[in-house]
Ligand binder design. Structure first.
Ligand code: DGL
Length: 277
């Protein structure tokens, strides 16, 4: 038994897709969530900046007594996890590996599509993880830079979203993938639009949900489940305005979070940028 909370962070609100699944699967667990809404998006930034921001996010979460930290950001998992893994005192779990494992299990025709932010696609992390398990699987990837702003604007099911998805996903359809990794934690919010475009024969993989399932298994196996929630079971922190986070966050989680969101100064925890020589 371990009553410590689980820490979760993302560049913004997308990581709440993992939190929602954690809340459903593990209703007794306490969660501390940080959304770096003041610095989102990470997906268009340099690797150095993404690593620096990720280190700051972990340092902030490490001010709590946690049993694990989930990097619920596809970009930070793909780019920063290898660099920060040894620098954290509690287990760090990224969303990329669980999603890659689920995709390899799901594919029948050995053709997997990967969509993500420009940073995630540039990293090739999903391809590496898939090919470590099965080198014969064909992959096709596509950066979908406009998906995150569509989600943040709440435009997830309108005609603009459908046309944007059609444009990005057409090469996946032509390649005949039977499995698509939604390699960014914002994208499951577009799942209905993506499913409409891809058709019902394609399995869609949600990295946050897959990670939540693996975390549940691992806590169970290691006898680390919580016996009961803390007084304030769910705490949310954001690096920008609380009102916007509360409104969108309540919509994402389909439960009210007003009064449980605090603003923090993430710069205090973030290593300084190294000066260019
Ligand atoms: N949630 C981020 C991810 O999964 C997307 C937003 C961003 O670019 O920071 O990659």
């Amino acid at each position: 038994m371990d009553n410590r909370a689980i820490g979760v962070f993302d560049s913004g609100l997308g990581g709440l897709t993992a939190v929602k699944e954690l809340m459903r699967l593990l209703p007794e667990e306490s969660i501390v969530y940080f959304g770096d809404t003041g610095r989102v998006p990470y997906g268009t930034k340099s690797n150095e900046t993404i690593i620096r921001y990720t280190m700051g996010d972990i340092r902030f979460l490490n001010t709590f007594d946690l049993k694990a930290i989930i990097i619920a950001c596809g970009t930070a998992s793909a780019i920063a996890l290898p660099a920060v893994r040894g620098k954290c005192s509690v287990p760090l779990v990224g969303v990329a590996a669980p999603a890659a494992r689920a995709a390899v299990r799901a594919t029948k025709n050995k053709k997997i599509g990967i969509i993500g932010t420009p940073g995630t696609i540039r990293s090739g992390a999903y391809e590496t993880l898939i090919h470590k398990q099965d080198a014969s699987i064909a992959t096709i990837s596509q950066a979908c830079a406009l998906f995150v702003p569509l989600v943040e604007a709440g435009w997830t099911e309108n005609e603009v979203a459908r046309l944007t998805a059609q444009q990005y996903l057409q090469p996946m359809i032509e390649a005949g993938v039977d499995t698509l990794i939604m390699g960014c934690t914002h994208y499951p919010l577009l799942v209905r639009t993506i499913a409409r475009v891809m058709g019902d024969r394609v399995t869609l993989i949600d990295p946050g949900a897959e990670t939540a399932r693996e975390v549940k298994d691992s806590l169970q196996k290691n006898d680390m489940l919580s016996a009961g929630a803390e007084k304030e079971q769910y705490r949310f922190f954001s690096s920008d305005c609380v009102d916007g986070f509360t409104e969108l966050g309540s919509r994402f989680l389909e439960r009210p979070i007003a009064g449980h969101v605090q603003r923090i100064d993430i710069d205090q925890y973030t290593p300084k940028e190294e000066t260019q020589r």
